[in-house]
Design a protein around this ligand. Structure first.
Ligand code: ZN
Ligand code: ZN
Length: 140
């Protein structure tokens, strides 16, 4: 298990059990909606409200522990801060798959931003489409 307590403290947040539980769930599933996180965390903390989970997630996004992944036409999902990667987002089932950056994408982004004298600080590349599983379901 990762050291979520240290991660929270380094980001200026108190390491509460709720927050550590939220991080553990997201780490297990990769990308999760607030509702899914709430359902998972409520199994161990039945007294927890959706509003509290929501507030904690937003706070952890603001403090750079979590990243919001917008899903076209659906509710956002959240993931732990990781190395830069590309998302393949299925607009049918909402599945999000992580793909590593390639040398070419990094070069492209740097050339593009340098040419514009734009100081690149954060980046998220989301590609929206239909995953293989949903394509098969559509065809049948
Ligand atoms: Zn899909
Ligand atoms: Zn991701």
């Amino acid at each position: 298990m990762k050291d979520y307590a240290t991660l929270l403290k380094e980001s200026g947040l108190k390491a509460t059990f709720q927050r550590m539980n939220i991080l553990e769930s997201i780490d297990m599933f990769g990308h999760m909606s607030i509702e899914a996180i709430y359902e998972k965390v409520a199994q161990t903390h039945p007294s927890l409200s959706l509003a509290t989970v929501y507030k904690n997630i937003i706070l952890m996004v603001e403090n750079g522990v979590l990243v919001e992944v917008p899903i076209a036409g659906k509710k956002s999902k959240y993931e732990l801060v990781k190395e830069d990667h590309i998302h393949l987002v299925c607009t049918e089932c909402g599945e999000v798959e992580d793909k590593p950056h390639m040398q070419e994408t990094d070069t492209l982004l740097h050339t593009l931003t340098n040419n514009e004298h734009f100081k690149l600080e954060k980046q998220q590349i989301n590609l929206y489409g239909v995953c293989e599983k949903c394509q098969i379901e559509e065809a049948s």
